[in-house]
Design a protein around this ligand. Structure first.
Ligand code: PLP
Length: 360
């Protein structure tokens, strides 16, 4: 049995009890609302965690890239939505065709050009097997068409030969303090308006897909048919600061060693190459320490995290270990080969980050 004290740092620890609680809680919430849960597996990129999510009742997986889909299909997962407006050239069309032979696949479109390129890469049979969802902008202003234009795009995609099943949106502007309920309402309105825009043109809209971790619990019954939160499995410092979760729901931390007290600072060996470098304008630092709520990572370089410590609190000694909560857990996982799975303070297993680097 390996003890936490024997692990080489930095490394990512997953608290299995908390992970299971988070998975069960979101699955239960979705069930109560009558909404299918299709968790975004880019957060964990792990076949084992995806299996736990499906065992708890998830309908399928959301993914961001074709290569993530290839990795998960290779692990036996069969129902996948790539929630992204793919640009499909000839090599990508070959990969989509191979996926269609082995799984039920949906992809996003948000332009007529993208829809035509997708259709051109597939033969009639493949086009029938592929589900297409039109991406709608509910206020995040990243990708997606305005809801009222979703009908026109769905019609253009249908004319190109694609099989449009509905609409989806990502309410990413929920990543702002105090915005959660308002954004959840905008998300619901955008999905309803987009569905109406399809129906006005005589097109069906059985799928209305939404969801982010901040808005997941604010989703009203009937506002969407499926939701796609991802970060909820682990939680992270952003979710703490947004008030989405409490510290008792943080299931992933980066175990780090205090390597220096130079200049009166506390410096850890978990730099941006372990934690990721995300810092939203409203974030109070580059990450937190799970057991020291008032400490903040105030600067990061590749292999160093400088922690600002409250003046009156005793600082950990050089050589001691702390558990860091990354700001954005998806980016920390994307940098790791392995998740160290712990229960009761002991290492139980090591799970590979199956879709590590699968970002194309
Ligand atoms: C399209 C899409 N759906 C769902 C999610 C999951 O949301 P969250 O990261 O808030 O869990 C994301 C996250 O980036 C996303 O881009």
């Amino acid at each position: 049995m390996t003890l936490l004290a024997e692990l080489a740092t930095p490394c990512l620890l997953v608290d299995l009890d908390r992970l299971e609680t988070n998975i069960a809680s979101m699955a239960g919430d979705a069930r109560l609302k009558g909404v299918a849960l299709r968790p975004h597996a880019k957060t964990h990129k792990s076949a084992q965690i995806a299996r736990l999510q499906l065992d708890a009742g998830a309908a399928g997986l959301t993914l961001a890239t074709v290569s993530e889909a290839e990795m998960f299909v290779g692990q036996g997962f069969t129902d996948i939505f790539i929630a992204y407006p793919l640009w499909v050239d000839a090599p990508k069309a070959d990969r989509l065709r191979a996926l269609l032979d082995t799984c039920t696949l949906a992809v996003g479109v948000d332009s007529a050009e993208g829809a035509r390129a997708l259709a051109a890469g597939l033969d009639a049979d493949d086009r029938q097997r592929l589900t297409v969802l039109v991406e709608v902008d509910s206020g995040h202003h990243r990708t997606g068409v305005p809801p009222e234009e979703a009908g026109l795009l769905a019609e253009q995609a249908t004319h190109a030969g694609l099989d449009v099943h509905g609409v989806f949106t990502f309410p990413g502007h929920s990543y702002s303090p105090g915005a959660r309920q308002q954004v959840a309402d905008q998300e619901a309105e955008a999905l309803a308006a987009a569905a109406a825009a399809l129906e006005d043109r005589g097109l069906r809209c059985p799928v209305r897909s939404g969801g982010s971790t901040p808005t997941a619990h604010s989703v009203g019954p009937g506002t969407m048919t499926e939701m796609r939160p991802g970060v909820y499995v682990f939680g992270d410092a952003q979710q703490l600061e947004l008030g989405t979760i409490g510290p008792d729901r943080i299931a992933l931390t980066c175990l780090a060693t205090v390597v220096s007290h130079a200049g009166g600072n506390t410096v850890l060996d978990s730099g941006s190459k372990a934690l990721g470098a995300d810092r939203a304008p409203w974030a109070s630092g580059y990450g937190r320490l799970l057991d020291h709520p008032d400490a903040r990572i105030s600067s990061l370089s590749e292999h160093h995290a400088v922690v600002t410590w409250p003046a009156d609190a005793p600082r950990p000694e050089v050589g001691s270990r702390v558990r860091v909560v990354p700001n954005h857990v998806c980016n920390a996982v994307n940098l790791a080969d392995t998740l160290v799975i712990c229960r009761d303070g002991e290492v139980r297993e090591r799970w590979p980050v199956t879709a590590r680097g699968a970002n194309t």
